[in-house]
Design a protein around this ligand. Structure first.
Ligand code: UTP
Length: 289
């Protein structure tokens, strides 16, 4: 079965990036000059997904506007002869079909995914978190879809992290099946390093079987009344097979201050228009700092 739909939850409060996120959705904070969400939508499109479902919340309307047409702006730019910029804006508005559903209260990532249930129906789907940027020659979601197409069951994206960092992630316990492919037996959310079953961390890309919805319904709310996606997937793994794939690519957590700065530097260094000057600046800053 071919997967067409991607759920992109964008209803979180983004408290780690306050005060910037007081009025600006964290998904629109730019990595150089492209909002984080645009990289993620591009990854979904490059992976062959055609329908994006944004789970939005209060104050997040501008995320949808970013993917909409902007006739007045285009007109002004055209009058000024800035054709390249006009083309760039048009490409964004033609990227993909977007529908949205509202999460009225930020009751957790699991709850956000559950909000997309009616728009997904009874078919497997992808979930992408815009906190996670993955720079990879083969888009990360495409790598997961390749495993899904072989196995026909849910697939989670995995990254090996240094032991002290396990407390920032959902960590799996699993059996290795073949190169980079695991079968998930259990999952622990943000364990202390001494309690972690492995150093294999779940990163924000998932292919999920629709049975996840009935699992999420059963998950009791945890801290702050939040329903965790990890708990739903743990229940799913008790009912049917769940795979995980150690993707190739570089991961940046742009929902976190240090991760955001790292991604900004890494993506700027890849840009021909910035690279040389930035390298010079970094060398000077390092020697002075
Ligand atoms: P985070 O755990 O990063 O939470 O959410 P957050 O509120 O966005 O950010 P911090 O931790 O306060 O800084 C992971 C993903 O789940 C979405 C977020 O938008 C983000 O993409 N999310 C989280 C929701 O859509 N709804 C929620 O209720 C919680």
């Amino acid at each position: 079965m071919r997967i067409k739909k991607a759920v992109i939850p964008v209803a979180g409060l983004g408290t780690r990036l306050l005060p910037a996120t007081k009025t600006v959705p964290k998904e629109l904070l730019p990595i150089v000059d492209i909002p984080a969400i645009q990289y993620v939508v591009q990854e979904a499109v490059d992976s062959g997904l055609t329908e994006m479902i944004f789970v939005t919340g209060r104050g997040k309307d501008s995320i949808e506007d970013h993917f909409d047409e902007a006739p007045e702006l285009e007109q002004v730019l055209e009058q000024r002869g800035q054709k390249e910029l006009v083309e760039q804006l048009r490409t964004i508005s033609k990227m993909v079909e977007i529908v949205s559903v509202r999460q009225k209260q930020p009751l957790g990532l699991g709850h956000a995914v559950l909000c997309a249930r009616d728009l997904i129906g009874d078919e497997p789907f992808a979930v992408l978190l815009s906190d996670d940027l993955i720079d990879a020659p083969v888009p990360c979601v495409r790598q997961l879809l390749n495993v899904f197409e072989a196995e026909g069951e849910s697939v989670l994206a995995l990254r090996r992290v240094p032991k002290p960092e396990v407390r920032r992630y959902g960590i799996i316990q699993g059996q290795v099946l073949s190169d980079r492919v695991y079968q998930v037996e259990a999952m622990v959310e943000k364990p202390e390093p001494q309690d972690a079953p492995s150093e294999l961390a779940i990163v924000g890309r998932y292919i999920l079987h629709p049975e996840i919805f009935s699992c999420l319904e059963k998950v009791p709310p945890g801290r702050g009344g939040e329903i965790q996606l990890t708990d739903g997937i743990a229940e799913l793994a008790r009912r049917r097979k769940v795979y995980a794939y150690e993707f190739s690519g570089v991961h940046y957590d742009v929902g976190d201050k240090l991760g955001f700065v790292r991604a900004t530097i890494a993506y700027a260094l890849k840009r021909a228009d910035l690279r040389d000057q930035l390298k010079k600046y970094l060398a000077t800053a390092m020697s002075e700092g």
